[in-house]
Design a protein around this ligand. Structure first.
Ligand code: FAD
Length: 355
């Protein structure tokens, strides 16, 4: 249920494994604007296995730099190449990624996709699930997988609790069209007055600013880095990120994956990647007859990546302690053992065990 990126990876994988699958998606077209942008080496490898060649369209082998409020360098992270040969960080355009994933699904004979019809209700018994769709159709399946996003109707209807919290402040996310050659690196600008993240995307560039007080005009914010009149804003949206997880990911014949099972702030670029890993792991298990150790395998890695995302967010958003943060970070990046470890990505661990 749900044909976002996670539902698409699950459907493509189930189809490749010969499992008869019905995808139900309430919208007719993929969401047209980018949300997730980053993939680590393992996620690139998984996506390339599902939709061969999809990684070629990404901006690959990216670094991450930290600047202080005066735009002086604090440190740079160059993620090592993973065991599968993929670079440690790549940026993608989510709408184009979703189109490639849907093409991979379309090539699978075992998969049927129904677009423009939502799930209305379902009931489960010992052997499976009977679902009623919004157009009145009734379908029967051995398993119902909710890949229906953070506000998952499947999770709610199954009575599974949604734990965690939202962050205290909203972020403003602005995408502009066209590459900006002068800003080709992912950058955390650790400015206590206005923490900022910006990154190149295929065919564009994104900025994210923490909103602590009144919201400045987008042009005023952009003017910190570019001439606003020289760029075309394609999207400006406010988000309140959260770190949440479902109490359980499997309940009887109902399973949750992706944002329906967990959300995390985007600061470590792991939200969509976690869902891609879920889908890969779950497909292999459903093809064997049931979810088995799916949650036990995935939940610990999701919890680690959520903690990492919150930690990176806290470092970036430091307010009163910003001066101490800058000193500590500089020392850490140049320390004999800590520095090289941090410069290779520190606690980020892309080996989740799903491959
Ligand atoms: C600003 C922002 C930046 C982000 N940056 C990153 C990043 O850098 N890296 C990263 O990995 N992640 C990032 N994320 C997170 C990422 O976008 C999500 O993790 C990802 O899109 C979740 O995919 P999903 O398929 O689980 O859910 P969704 O993309 O939400 O898809 C759910 C689908 O289910 C459908 N649906 C819902 N209810 C029903 C129903 N009742 N019946 C039928 N269909 C239904 C919806 O229409 C939708 O198509 C970011 C998120 C945001 C908001």
């Amino acid at each position: 249920m749900g044909y976002g990126p996670v539902g698409a990876v699950l459907a493509a994988r189930l189809g490749a494994l010969g499992v008869r699958t019905l995808v139900v998606e309430r919208t007719a077209e993929p969401f047209p604007l980018p949300r997730a942008v980053a993939a680590d080496d393992e996620v690139q490898q998984l996506l390339d296995l599902v939709a061969p060649g999809v990684v070629a369209d990404m901006l690959r082998d990216q670094q991450v730099r930290f600047l202080d409020a005066a735009r002086r360098p604090i440190g740079t992270i160059s993620f090592p190449r993973g065991a599968g040969g993929y670079g440690g960080l790549a940026f993608f355009a989510q709408p184009s990624l979703e189109r490639s994933l849907r093409s991979a699904v379309a090539a699978q004979e075992a998969v049927e996709v129904r677009l423009g019809v939502g799930l209305a209700s379902f009931r489960q018994d010992d052997d499976g699930v009977t679902a009623t769709l919004a157009d009145g159709a009734i379908v029967r399946a051995r398993w119902l997988v909710g890949c229906d996003g953070a506000s998952s109707a499947v999770r709610t209807a199954a009575g599974i609790a949604w734990r965690g919290r939202d962050l205290a402040h909203e972020w403003l996310v602005v995408d502009v069209a066209g590459a900006l050659p002068g800003r080709a690196q992912f950058t955390y600008t650790c400015d206590p007055a206005l923490p900022q993240v910006d990154m190149p995307l295929p065919g564009g560039h994104r900025w994210e600013w923490l909103l602590r007080g009144p919201v400045p005009a987008v042009e005023v914010l952009l003017a910190r880095d570019v001439t606003p009149a020289a760029v075309e804003v394609v999207r400006a949206a406010r988000y309140r990120f959260g770190a949440r997880h479902a109490d359980r990911w499997v309940q009887g014949r109902v399973v949750l994956a992706g944002d329906a099972a967990h959300t995390m702030p985007p600061f470590a670029g792991q939200g969509l990647g976690a869902g891609v890993r879920d889908a890969w792991a779950l497909a292999a298990r459903l093809a064997q007859g049931g979810p088995g150790d799916y949650e036990a395998l995935r939940a610990p890695h999701v919890a680690r990546m959520t903690r990492l995302s919150l930690f990176v967010g806290a470092v970036l958003q430091a307010h009163t302690g910003a001066a101490a943060r800058d000193i500590l970070l500089r020392k850490a990046f140049s320390a004999p053992a800590l520095g090289p470890w941090l410069s290779r990505g520190g606690p980020r661990d892309s080996r989740s065990g799903v491959l």
